[in-house]
Design a protein around this ligand. Structure first.
Ligand SMILES: NC(=O)c1ccc[n+]([C@@H]2O[C@H](COP(=O)([O-])OP(=O)(O)OC[C@H]3O[C@@H](n4cnc5c(N)ncnc54)[C@H](OP(=O)(O)O)[C@@H]3O)[C@@H](O)[C@H]2O)c1
Length: 255
């Protein structure tokens, strides 16, 4: 057994779309603590720079990109890799939610949600896993999904469909990319207070919010609780885990 710490990214680069806020920011910071260098992707430059300022100098780059412009993701990531060198991994945390019951389902709004929650994630995976972009020894891709891919929550029809799609797609990628030593997993969190979840909770009454929070045996999570699991899944030392979905939900789904 070696004395080296279990998790050490040894200055490898990980791309984190969604690093301007919530879970993505917490994951970027945890990656930094574990020795990774991080490419911080999102639309809000100021908030991306806030994340960058919390990381050691020289360990993070900001890439301002609207991921709903899916057509430019490939060329943008190639540019980034030309600047910084080979990339090791992707932690796709960008996401949007919109609460709508079936009666007010709208195809055009669903298509926009699919663009950010699914298509841009797959384009990112394609860009990062290119032979001339990823490290020759391989790497790791992780998609942040949701327990709502597994449990039905009224109003989350479109959101749940995008998260379930990503879990199914990640399993395919795990099998396709295994021969190049690229591992692919998903992480399904339960409720963590972030701008995204707080926006969705604002549609509920105080009573309904209390009831939802009480359904978490360990209480509602903190961004760091999710970040530590993400880092574990991405770690180069975690060599044999691929095609898996890790639920991190304080026991919500165990009830
Ligand atoms: N919070 C929870 O309870 C919870 C539970 C389960 C799963 N999740 C999932 O976790 C992920 C992160 O959510 P969060 O709670 O951390 O939400 P958040 O704080 O609202 O962060 C969402 C991130 O997505 C980015 N984003 C959204 N649309 C984008 C676009 N068009 N182009 C580029 N970036 C875009 C935002 O960046 P900009 O604003 O800079 O563009 C932001 O960094 C999401 O996939 C969400 O579904 C969250």
């Amino acid at each position: 057994m070696s004395d080296a710490p279990f998790i050490d990214f040894e200055a490898r680069w990980v791309v984190v779309p969604g690093a301007s806020s919530g879970l993505g920011r917490a994951i970027a910071l945890e990656l930094g603590r574990c020795g990774a260098r991080v490419i911080l992707v999102g639309r809000n430059q100021e908030k991306l720079e806030e994340t960058q300022a919390l990381l050691p100098v020289g360990r993070a780059r900001v890439v301002v990109q609207d991921l709903s412009s899916v057509g430019v993701i490939g060329s943008r990531m190639r540019e980034v890799s030309r600047e910084v060198g080979r990339l090791y991994g992707l932690c796709y945390c960008a996401g949007v939610v919109e609460t709508r019951p079936l009666a007010s389902f709208e195809a055009a709004r669903f298509a926009r949600m699919i663009d950010v929650n699914v298509t841009a994630g797959l384009e990112m995976a394609r860009a990062v896993s290119r032979q001339d972009v990823i490290e020759p020894a391989g790497g790791a891709l992780l998609f942040v999904t949701s327990i709502y891919a597994w449990v039905g929550m009224p109003g989350q029809l479109a959101y749940s469909a995008t998260k379930g799609a990503m879990i199914a797609a990640a399993r395919v990628l795990a099998v396709e990319l295994a021969r190049r030593r690229i591992r692919v997993n998903t992480l399904s969190p339960g409720l963590v207070h972030t701008p995204l979840s707080d926006g969705a909770l604002r549609l509920l009454s105080d009573e309904q919010v209390k009831e939802l929070e009480a359904a978490y045996p360990l209480g509602v999570g903190a961004p760091e609780d999710v970040a530590r699991c993400a880092v574990f899944l991405l770690a180069p030392q975690n060599r044999w885990m691929t095609g898996a979905d890790l639920v991190v939900d304080g026991g919500y789904m165990a009830r």
